[in-house]
Design a protein around this ligand. Structure first.
Ligand SMILES: [Zn+2]
Length: 223
């Protein structure tokens, strides 16, 4: 999980999460109430992020406007998320995955019901155990679930350092966001940007490495 989502731990001028995976709602709200948060309404959607991240985003949005580009949130839950929302996102992938594998005869119906009823923490373990046997849960059921959704408590959105951007396909938008400290750090999550608060040239010295995938640069922990 550190490898997949850990780039945010090098972010500057913000509060860093106390864990790679928050274990419950209490831990998440304790963290979220301890940090400086600011809100901004962009394209009709109000997003909440750590203050330094919002300030950089405001500058990026203003610069985009001057260049006839736009940077807007991709939907209502594109920034701040609670623990519960990360559980719901996770389940929205696990449950259809279980149906798929039951239909394929790879998981018995009773086993699927048992897994469905587990707590989030226990379920993460079970899903990864199944994936070791080639029973994958990402959309399309051919890759690991973490290509589609972060396990409950592991999302960078909980740490208020991530934004899903509607215009993620536009290379000019990606370049502009990067100049304002917003980088892509989760390989395969194309709309997802992470606030790191530094110039791109500083990232290798902070322990990140650049990986090129789908014609984009992702900065990931160099582990
Ligand atoms: Zn995201």
């Amino acid at each position: 999980m550190l490898k997949e989502y850990g780039a945010m731990f090098v972010a500057q001028s913000v509060a860093l999460p106390s864990a790679v995976v928050f274990k419950d709602e209490a831990e998440v709200s304790a963290f979220q109430t301890s940090v400086q948060i600011a809100a901004e309404t962009i394209g009709g959607v109000t997003v909440e992020l750590q203050t330094a991240a919002i300030n950089a985003l405001r500058k990026a949005v203003a610069e985009a406007k001057r260049k006839n580009l736009s940077i807007t949130p991709r939907g209502a839950t594109s920034a701040r998320r609670s623990y519960r929302q990360t559980v719901e996102n996770w389940k929205s992938r696990v449950e259809p995955g279980l149906v798929f594998w039951v239909e394929k005869g790879r998981i018995a119906p009773r086993e699927a019901s048992r897994i469905k009823a587990l707590s989030a923490t226990e379920q993460i373990r079970e899903i990864f155990r199944l994936e070791e046997q080639g029973i994958f849960f990402a959309k399309g059921n051919q890759k690991t679930i973490i290509y589609s959704v972060a396990p409950p408590g592991a999302s960078q959105h909980i740490s208020l350092l991530a934004l899903d951007v509607a215009e993620f396909e536009n290379p000019q938008v990606r370049e502009l966001l990067a100049r304002h400290g917003w980088f892509q750090t989760v390989i395969s999550d194309l709309p997802h940007f992470t606030y790191l608060g530094v110039r791109e040239s500083a990232l290798p010295n902070l322990g990140l490495k650049k990986v090129i995938e789908v014609e984009r640069a992702f900065w990931v922990p160099d582990l």
